[in-house]
Design a protein around this ligand. Sequence first.
Ligand code: ADP
Length: 264
Amino acid sequence: MLVVKVGGSKGIDYDAFVDDLASYKDFVLIHGGSHELNELSTRLGRPPRFVTSISGQTSRYTDLETLELFNMIYAGKMNKMLVEKFQQKGINAVGLSGLDGRLAEGRQKEALKIVEDGKKKILRGDHSGTIERINVQLLHLLLENGYTPVLTPPAISFEGTAINIDGDRFAAQVAVALGAETLIILSNVPGLLRDIEDPASLVQKISRDEVELSMNQFAKGRMKKKLMGAGEALAGGVRRVVLGSATGPSPVTRALQGEGTVIE
Ligand code: ADP
C-alpha cells in the first residue's frame, strides 16, 4: 500500500503524475489545491490572507467565505480533475473530502494567536484545526472493493463543521492509519533545500532524530508542515517518507527510487 500526497503549488504536472501513479494500482492519494485557490480568491477580489502563528507556523486564514471557495477548489475542481484523469487510466477513483463519512475528524482551533507587524494578536473567525482521527474503516471499505480513494481537505470538526486542515499532515495520518510502509509527499521543489533559491542544495537524507532540527534550520513556510507530517508519519510506524518533486515525468517512481529528501 502506497500513500501519496501531491501538492497544489504552481508548476505541478498532474498528467505526468497521474500517468505514473496509475501504474501502481494499490494506493491512496491525498491532494492539495493552494495555487488554484489563491488564483480564484484573487480573481473574486478576496486575495488570500496568510497568517503566522506565535510558534512560527504559516497558515491560510479561513473564514466562512474562504471555506466556500476552499470547497470549490479542493473538493470540486482539483478533486474531480484528478478523479477524471484516473478514470481515464482505468483506475476506479472515488473522490472524498475529510467531511464525507467523517473520514478525517478533528478539533477546531479556538482562536488564532498570530504575530502581525511585530505585534501579537488574537484572530477570530478562523475555521481550521488538526486531525485527530481517520475513519480507516471507510478507506478499507473502498480499497477492499476495488475503489481508489482520492482524498482532500477540508476535514470535519467533532461538532460536524468543515475545518481547513493541512494536507501533508492529513496524508501522514492516512499513512499511519493504513499501516503504510512508505509515504511520498510531492510538491514543486526537489525536496528540503538548504537554500530555497538553489535546487542543488537538496538535503538527501534525514534520520528520524534530525527531523525537528532540519525543520528549524532550513524549512520555511509550508515546508515546515511537510517535515511535521513526516515526523508524525515516522512516529506512527511509517518506515520511510520521501519529499520529492512533481514537476517532471515519473515523479512517483523517482521518489520511490530515493530521488528527493528521504526521511527514515
Ligand atoms: P504543495 O502545495 O505542493 O504541497 P507548498 O507550496 O505547500 O507545496 O510547499 C512547497 C513550498 O515550500 C515550496 O514551493 C517553497 O516555496 C517552500 N519552502 C520553504 N522552505 C523550503 C525549503 N527549505 N526547501 C524547499 N522548499 C521550501
